[in-house]
Design a protein around this ligand. Structure first.
Ligand SMILES: C[S@@+](CC[C@H](N)C(=O)[O-])C[C@H]1O[C@@H](n2cnc3c(N)ncnc32)[C@H](O)[C@@H]1O
Length: 215
């Protein structure tokens, strides 16, 4: 992303959360102006579900950086009791407007700060493109905080773009991950269950759909 666009969006390494509120506050239920809004569950998540049907009955799911909310609704439809959070209050308001009758608990929350009350609380945690939306210097904290949510024997699904070049603040957003994110999650006590790669990335070299298991 060039410097002009970064300025327009208000990208600031020291205040990495702020531009998301600006962006969602300018949008509406149509998702216009939200570049990542599919207005449907993420296509890779949907395709995966067709092959690996999940039964969420009696289980709790968490959606990290839920954006416009569609992935959370997909999990609700599978029977999970779902919590979904985003740092942008305006995103949460849009989710509530779009899905007024949902049982999903849409709440504002900051992954960088971490949410201690949710430690090991969720049987299924879904993280799509949130870690890569924040500058590389926050990576260790974000990976720790996402890992913290996963219950023992629970599952974490990470969908992320991966680049071979080393992540640097100068190139982004998004700051696509390096393949070593897998080992970094493993270092937090999670075990790798599966890693599916597609060679049709939007920006990087690959898109990964990776599943980890909590210990
Ligand atoms: C690239 S978007 C992806 C949104 C959604 N997961 C999707 O796939 O459509 C990243 C999302 O993470 C949210 N986000 C950024 N920083 C966050 C933080 N510190 N805590 C929680 N959410 C955050 C943004 O507001 C945005 O909705």
């Amino acid at each position: 992303m060039n410097e002009d666009l970064r300025k327009q969006l208000g990208i600031n390494e020291g205040k990495p959360n702020d531009w998301f509120e600006t962006l969602y506050s300018r949008s509406d239920e149509s998702g216009e102006g939200v570049p990542w809004a599919n207005m449907a569950p993420h296509p890779l998540f949907s395709s995966w579900l067709k092959v690996h049907p999940l039964n969420g009955n009696g289980k709790k799911a968490l959606v990290v950086g839920c954006g416009m909310g569609d992935d959370a609704i997909a999990l609700e439809n599978l029977g999970f009791k779902v919590t979904a959070f985003d740092v942008a209050e305006s995103a949460i308001e849009l989710c509530k407007k779009r899905f007024p009758n949902t049982t999903v608990n849409f709440v504002q929350g900051d992954l960088l700060a971490g949410i201690p009350g949710w430690k090991h609380q969720f049987d299924f945690v879904l993280e799509i493109f949130t870690i890569q939306a924040l500058p590389p210097k926050y990576e260790a904290k974000l990976i720790q905080h996402v890992s913290d949510f996963v219950a023992p024997q629970g599952e974490l699904m990470v969908i992320t773009e991966v680049q071979k070049a080393k992540r640097t603040y100068d190139v982004g957003p998004p700051w696509l991950l390096n393949e070593d994110y897998v080992a970094k999650f493993e270092n937090k006590g999670l075990s790798l269950k599966s890693l599916d790669k597609t060679n049709e990335p939007e920006m990087g070299d690959e898109i990964h759909l990776t599943i980890f298991e909590g210990s």
